[in-house]
Design a protein around this ligand. Structure first.
Ligand SMILES: NC(=O)CC[C@H](N)C(=O)O
Length: 342
């Protein structure tokens, strides 16, 4: 039903214009039967069809879809991430676009959204969503995630809060959010808690991101054409010491050592890791535990070895931030300062 035209002199409450970029993932997934919640093909359904399945969104915004990829998010690489980020940047500059949403596989939402959070120069809402169950499943979570994300993206409150991930009725900051479970719908977790919740078509924010994002960072997606190569090594018991040298010879500019506990380095890995630094790579100690701040010169001799620490950044987030930092400086201390800042 068409809304009546407003009478002369009456204030119009025009609905915001939102562009939803489709990239694939389970939210675009399809299973053989309604009881397939974990066995299905991801990245099958076009974004326009996903949007059409949630007509309730029309009540909160004017929505238009745009398909940029149709992939599982495990297949993101720098090229795809930059392409997506640059397209969002373009859209955000358009006066007729008020907010951008992205449907995304959940495996790497935490990485793409973090890159966007650090490099987009906009205060317009940018909201990333996914699903843990395909649209064909009983209790599919995608439709409500999409609706809730539209509610957040259409809200005045979302403006200036950086890139947000809306899943399972919660609003997360891209900086903090991480996928914590391989299957559950309540998989997204922020170490310091979500920023807010969506209840009955309304967003409620309870906290603000303390770390600089979007407009306030030194990184601008429009100026970035490539990301310096940074690799991650994941520590465990009985490692092969030769592996570090092999990684160092791949042409990377930095190595994130995802160490056990407080990023500790096994006695037999210390010399190989010193060699990595001697080959010119920045060595960053991060923790594989998933949380907690790594203490400089705590368990390891960072000053002596010219290694740096990742503060509280997970290895995968430290990888992205180190790569961005390398577009600005090659100085380990300056890179460490960036790891502590954002
Ligand atoms: N729940 C999901 O979205 C996982 C599907 C797929 N692996 C992806 O990340 O795109």
């Amino acid at each position: 039903q068409e809304a009546a035209a407003p009478a002369a002199g009456q204030a119009t409450t025009a609905k915001p214009n939102i562009v939803i970029i489709g990239t694939g993932g389970t939210i675009a997934g399809a299973g053989a039967s309604t009881v397939n919640t974990g066995d299905y093909d991801s990245a099958k359904v076009a974004v326009d069809k996903i949007i059409a399945a949630v007509p309730e969104m029309k009540q909160v915004a004017n929505i238009r879809g745009e398909q940029i990829f149709q992939i599982g998010s495990e297949s993101y690489n720098d090229e795809r991430m930059l392409k997506l980020a640059k397209r969002i940047s373009e859209l955000a500059k358009q006066p007729d676009v008020d907010a951008v949403m992205v449907t995304h596989g959940t495996d790497t939402i935490e990485e793409t959204s973090y890159l966007l959070n650090l490099t987009l120069k906009t205060d317009k809402p940018v909201v990333i969503i996914g699903a843990m169950r395909p649209g064909t499943a009983l209790s599919a979570d995608g439709p409500l995630n999409l609706y809730n994300a539209a509610v957040v993206a259409a809200s005045k409150e979302a403006k200036g809060k950086g890139v947000l991930v809306v899943m399972n009725d919660e609003i997360h900051s891209a900086r903090d959010v991480t996928k914590s479970n391989a299957l559950k719908v309540e998989t997204f977790r922020s170490l310091y808690g979500p920023l807010g919740v969506v209840v009955e078509s309304k967003p409620y924010f309870y906290r603000l991101p303390a770390r600089p994002h979007t407009m306030a960072t030194e990184f601008d997606i429009d100026q970035i054409t490539a990301l310096p190569k940074v690799d991650v090594f994941y520590a465990h018991t009985s490692m092969d010491p030769k592996i570090l040298g092999a990684i160092a010879d791949l042409g990377g500019k930095a190595l994130i050592y995802g160490g056990t506990g407080n990023a500790s380095v096994a006695d037999y890995m210390e010399d190989p890791l010193k060699e990595v630094r001697k080959k010119g790579l920045i060595v960053v100690r991060a923790t594989r535990t998933g949380s907690g701040q790594v203490v400089r010169n705590g368990e390891e001799k960072d000053d002596e070895n010219d290694w740096i620490v990742a503060a509280d950044q997970t290895p995968q987030k430290a990888r992205l931030l180190t790569s961005l930092a390398l577009t600005k400086t090659q100085d380990p201390k300056a890179i460490e300062a960036i790891l502590y800042k954002y």
